[in-house]
Design a protein around this ligand. Structure first.
Ligand SMILES: [Ca+2]
Ligand SMILES: [Ca+2]
Ligand SMILES: [Ca+2]
Ligand SMILES: [Ca+2]
Length: 448
């Protein structure tokens, strides 16, 4: 083994150690609508789940008063830790911060005895885009906490504002907050699906957040590995600058199967970290697909009814009929169904009564003519599906026959029913006889 090979192996093993630096912050990207992991301070001038004004599908925390904020306490052991995150001040039409700065503060110690604190700051230099909080002691985008010998058992991350002058104003948003063992700032973070999540087999996009490059002008590139091995062995992306992959768009495409645990890892390369490209292995992330297939519902064929039809209810002023649904499901989780009237055109006084709306088949009564669209919805633990059916209640059987495109009326009876009354009888014959041999058009050389 050459010295060079030995060196590379040592380097690789060093990188492997770095790969153990999981993000210890719960919901650091604020994508959990409950705000899980974070606690608001007392004032009500902060929020743990607000839309990102630059990208509404992204969520973040927001703070808009200097005596307020959100925090999270994290249990730690001995070691060298690193924390960081992103801040946004002033977005789109918002005024930028005025006499204010945003802060990510780490309190090292415990609730009653804070041993020391460290702050990452952002000041309003270039508003209207997300920026990494900046260290004041030499680390470009993160800050080091050396707890090797200090013995702190807890680090609390506080996200808040500091006023720096008179008439302070402006909102700060926080996102992608992390704390982990040293090296985490160089790793891919914030996986979706989240680590350990149970997702639908139809899931087609995996995404993450790339680390900041050492030199802000550089671009991080990533290799992505994905399969059912732990750790994953199959490389599905090589040197990409994107931070998401659509599995079905790969060559060959990947289609997730139900009831399978998948593993993936994103290794990121910074082209200029201390003068050389450095690849930092990512954590192995995992998620599983459930094997609960969505229900399949069919609301039945459209119905063409008439108000006084012989429906067995002995009431010619209302029509009684059955909504005849069909439900197919694999039974992996309980299924509920619900019939609702979702659209209608009728006399507003008309009463539509769905007798058993939670049943797949239900009797319905309607006491007036009109057009009615019913929906059958089915929901299991993971999916909600629906189908619709149209019911038209006519004033007479003849109108119903004409309205039903599949009715026999359209294939046969219509030919002889000259006066359109659904009877082929002497009245039709009389009309034909009365016009027998009449001239239809002067184009035929006769006189109408
Ligand atoms: Ca986010
Ligand atoms: Ca199911
Ligand atoms: Ca009736
Ligand atoms: Ca007729």
């Amino acid at each position: 083994m050459s010295h060079k090979t030995t060196f590379i192996l040592i380097l690789l093993s060093a990188l492997s150690v770095v790969s153990g630096a999981a993000n210890l912050v719960v919901n650091g990207d604020f994508e959990n609508p409950t705000g899980a992991g974070w606690t608001q301070w007392w004032g009500g001038n902060s929020n743990r789940y607000v839309s990102d004004p630059l990208l509404p599908s992204n969520h973040c925390a927001g703070v808009w008063w200097h005596d307020d904020g959100v925090f999270q306490s994290i249990t730690v052991g001995p070691g060298i830790y690193e924390f960081g995150g992103k801040l946004l001040h002033g977005a789109l039409t918002e005024a930028p911060l005025f006499n204010r700065r945003g802060v990510i503060q780490a309190e090292i110690g415990d609730e009653t005895n804070i041993w020391w604190t460290q702050q990452l700051n952002i000041t309003p230099t270039s508003p209207k885009e997300w920026q990494s909080a900046r260290s004041q002691d030499g680390y470009p985008n993160s800050m080091i906490i050396d707890n090797t010998a200090a013995g702190a058992t807890r680090i609390t991350l506080n996200l808040f504002l500091v006023n720096t002058g008179d008439n302070p104003a402006g909102v700060v948003r926080y996102d992608n907050i992390y704390l982990g063992l040293q090296g985490i700032s160089k790793q891919a973070k914030f996986p979706h699906p989240t680590n350990g999540e149970l997702v639908a087999p139809a899931t087609d996009v995996i995404r993450w957040a790339n680390p900041d490059p050492n030199n802000p002008a550089d671009t991080i590139t990533c290799d992505v590995f994905f399969d059912t091995n732990n750790p994953p062995l199959t490389q599905i992306a090589d040197n990409i600058t994107a931070d998401s992959i659509t599995l079905s768009a790969l060559t060959p495409p990947i289609t997730l199967l139900p009831g399978i645990q998948y593993f993936w890892r994103v290794d990121c390369t910074d082209p200029n970290s201390g003068g050389n490209p450095v690849t930092t292995l990512g954590d192995v992330w995992t998620f599983s697909t459930h094997d609960d297939n969505p229900p399949i519902v069919d609301a039945g064929a459209n119905q063409y009814l008439w108000i006084d039809m012989n429906d067995g209810d002995n009431d010619p002023t209302k029509v009684t009929f059955t909504l005849d649904g069909t439900l197919i499901d694999d039974g992996q989780s309980p299924v509920t169904t619900q019939w609702t009237l979702i659209y209608s055109e009728q006399d507003p006084a008309t009463l539509v009564n769905i007798i058993s709306p939670a049943a797949v088949d239900t009797m319905v009564t309607i006491n007036g003519t009109g057009f009615y669209r019913f929906q059958l919805q089915a929901e299991d633990a993971y999916a909600q599906v629906s189908d619709t059916v149209e019911v038209i209640v006519y004033g007479s059987a003849c109108e119903a026959a004409k309205g039903d495109p599949a009715d026999h009326y359209h294939t046969y009876a219509f030919i002889g029913d000259v006066n359109n009354d659904c009877q082929i009888d002497l009245e039709d014959l009389a009309i034909v006889a009365a016009t027998w041999l009449d001239c239809v058009s002067d184009k035929l050389g006769c006189t109408p």
